[in-house]
Design a protein around this ligand. Structure first.
Ligand SMILES: [Zn+2]
Length: 100
């Protein structure tokens, strides 16, 4: 695997997941059309999808918001907290044991 490929794989935009475009910018919906794009700016891909494949662009938008929601859920997942499972009096007893 070349260095370029691995860097693309590291943070692949949703639009390049192979459903609309291959990671190298090749349009899946057009035959043999590769859209030039900057690794950090997929605007050209969006433009192409919106202009040439409006239906796919709509489903891409839906998919993107779905992914964003998924990531949001991941972030807001409650972290297990030891102190949550103890009442304050239990906590005091525990502290006393430790500091005796
Ligand atoms: Zn296309």
């Amino acid at each position: 695997m070349s260095e370029k490929e691995s860097s693309i794989k590291k943070k692949l935009p949703v639009i390049l997941n192979g459903q609309f475009f291959k990671p190298d910018g090749k349009c899946v919906l057009c035959v043999n059309k590769t859209i030039k794009f900057d690794e950090n700016a997929t605007g050209n891909l969006h433009k192409h999808l919106k202009r040439v494949h409006p239906n796919s662009y709509a489903s891409y938008e839906a998919m993107k918001s779905k992914v964003a929601k998924k990531e949001e859920n991941k972030l807001s997942e409650p972290k297990p907290n030891f102190f949550c499972f103890q009442s304050s009096s239990q906590l005091n007893n525990t502290m006393r044991l430790y500091y005796r």
